[in-house]
Design a protein around this ligand. Structure first.
Ligand code: GTP
Ligand code: MG
Ligand code: ZN
Length: 278
């Protein structure tokens, strides 16, 4: 008897749109036998360590984007999952924040997997600003067009103007694609998912982004860390990492566009991954 095909989802969306947050919420609901494949664009996979804190079966693909630079590693990983003595019942792929989700989903059209849908998260508080940036716009547009489901995040901090702008842009780009705005609605889509139609990747390559990891020569004080983050040039579109402070506390740094969050975390320091648009 052949095994049933494994439903495989792609969770995509621009840098910092909330992909890892959503996947952690999904997994904390007690999902079993789920394999999570996490692509972090930088050379340290911070998201894999954040997800692994709650979910052991997490595979990291690091140091490049799975839609272009390291697609071969994604293909190898998917075949390896299907070779396991007990294959997963669901596969979830977190695409890098710069990826064309359609190119990522194309890797799931293999024997043994059932492409079950691409969810593209849209940060309602940052999208319209980012869309005005020519270095980012085509990346955002291909992400929107590659979605089977669009999900607005950060509606809690978006202004009415930002929400109206993003809704107009997104509905012009993908008028037929259903859009939701809560985690519960995304979960309902995943639960009901059927084999999803293929969406062809947009021609050409997405915008260019580069990354480097900053390590402090000695643990900074909280103020020194904040000064460092405040002084970053505008070309740095995402900063993320785990930093040990001079008082011994480790903090998770999350910075996207206009927002920054520092939170205590019980995990080893990684340095701060800085991603810039080119
Ligand atoms: N206010 C608010 N913050 C959110 C929401 N979703 C995510 N965040 C915050 O946004 C930041 C980025 O979230 P992540 O889940 O790491 O985003 P990501 O898409 O996985 O980021 P990359 O993998 O780096 O592209 C974190 O500080 C989250 O806590 C939301 O709905 N509302
Ligand atoms: Mg992430
Ligand atoms: Zn790519």
């Amino acid at each position: 008897m052949t095994n049933p095909r494994v439903p495989t989802f792609v969770i995509a969306g621009y840098l910092g749109s909330g992909k890892t947050t959503f996947i952690n919420a999904l997994l904390s609901g007690g999902a079993t036998n789920v394999a999570v494949v996490v692509n972090d664009f930088g050379d340290v996979n911070i998201d894999a360590s954040l997800i692994r804190q709650t979910h052991a079966d997490t595979i990291e693909l690091t140091n490049g984007c799975i839609c272009c630079a390291i697609g071969g590693s994604l293909a190898d990983t998917l075949f390896t999952l299907l070779d396991r003595p007990t294959i997963p019942s669901t596969v979830i792929i977190e695409a890098s924040g710069v990826a064309d989700p359609a190119s990522v989903a194309a890797y799931t059209h293999i024997s043994g997997l059932s492409p079950a849908g691409t969810v593209v998260l849209i940060d309602a508080s940052e999208f319209s600003d980012n869309h005005r940036n020519e270095l980012i716009r085509s990346t955002l547009e291909r992400q929107v067009r590659a979605a089977h489901l669009l999900a607005f995040t950060k509606t809690d901090i978006a202004t009415d103007v930002q929400r109206n702008e993003v809704e107009l842009i997104v509905s012009a780009l993908a008028p037929q694609t259903p859009a939701v705005a809560t985690t519960a609605e995304i979960l309902a889509f995943l639960v009901d998912a059927q084999p999803s139609p293929r969406i062809d990747p947009a021609p050409g390559a997405h915008n260019r982004f580069s990354s480097r990891t900053h390590h402090f020569s000695r643990p900074p004080s909280r103020n020194e860390l904040l000064e460092f983050l405040t002084a970053l040039p505008r070309s740095i579109v995402r900063a993320k990492g785990i930093v040990e402070l001079s008082d011994g506390e480790c903090v998770l740094v999350q910075q996207t566009g206009h927002h920054r969050a520092l939170s205590a975390i019980d995990a080893a320091p990684t340095g701060i991954v800085l991603i810039s648009s080119e």
